[in-house]
Design a protein around this ligand. Structure first.
Ligand SMILES: Cc1cc2nc3c(=O)[nH]c(=O)nc-3n(C[C@H](O)[C@H](O)[C@H](O)COP(=O)(O)OP(=O)(O)OC[C@H]3O[C@@H](n4cnc5c(N)ncnc54)[C@H](O)[C@@H]3O)c2cc1C
Length: 142
C-alpha cells in the first residue's frame, strides 16, 4: 500500500457539501395530484434558484419543486466550489466554441455572478463564500 493509499484508507467517497449531519430530511414522496402556479422540475441549483426568483417576483405565486431523487444530489452536490463569471469553463474555451457570442456570454456570466452573490448575501446564506482569486470581468471592462 502506498502512502497515498494509506492516507485515504478511511476516506469516504462522498461530496463534502452533502456530508453534513444537519442536512434536512428527505421530503415524503409526492402522491396524487398537486396544483401550482409554477411547477419546477429538478431540485438542483437551477431549480432552487428559479423558485427563489419566482417567489421574489410574486410572493403570492404558489411554486412547487419536484425532485426525482434528493435535492442537491445531482450535479449540484458535486461542484468543486469554483465561482466564476464564465459559463463555458473559461474565456478561452468560450471564444473557441462561440466566438460570435462571446460578448453576450460574458455579460450573462457577469449578471449571473452578481445576482448569485446578491441572493446569497440578502438571504444571509452561510455558504463559506470566499471572494478571492481572479475577477474575469476586468477583461470585459478593460
Ligand atoms: C464534478 C463536478 C464539478 C463541478 N464543479 C463546479 C464548480 O466548481 N463550479 C461551478 O460553477 N460548477 C461546477 N459544476 C457544475 C455545476 O455543478 C452544475 O452546472 C450545476 O449543479 C447544475 O445544476 P442544475 O440544477 O442545472 O442540475 P442538477 O444539480 O443536476 O439538478 C437537476 C435535478 O433534476 C432532477 N431531475 C431530472 N429529471 C427529473 C424529472 N423528470 N423529475 C424530477 N426531477 C428530475 C435530478 O434528479 C437533479 O436533482 C460541477 C459539476 C460537476 C459534476
Amino acid at each position: 500500500m502506498t502512502l497515498t493509499q494509506k492516507a485515504l484508507a478511511h476516506a469516504t467517497l462522498y461530496p463534502l457539501w452533502l456530508d453534513n449531519p444537519a442536512a434536512p430530511d428527505t421530503c415524503p414522496h409526492l402522491v396524487g395530484a398537486r396544483e401550482a402556479d409554477l411547477l419546477i422540475v429538478g431540485g438542483g441549483f437551477t431549480g432552487l434558484w428559479a423558485a427563489i426568483i419566482a417567489k421574489q417576483r410574486d410572493p403570492q405565486r404558489e411554486v412547487v419543486i419536484i425532485e426525482a431523487g434528493k435535492v442537491a444530489h445531482g450535479a449540484s452536490g458535486r461542484p468543486g466550489g469554483i465561482v466564476s463569471t464564465s459559463v463555458m469553463h473559461g474565456l478561452v474555451n468560450a471564444e473557441r466554441v462561440f466566438p460570435k457570442d462571446i460578448e453576450m456570454l460574458e455579460k450573462l456570466g457577469i449578471d449571473n455572478l452578481d445576482s448569485w452573490r446578491e441572493t446569497i448575501e440578502s438571504f444571509g446564506i452561510d455558504a463559506d463564500l470566499e471572494w478571492g482569486g481572479r475577477d474575469d470581468r476586468r477583461r470585459a471592462e478593460g
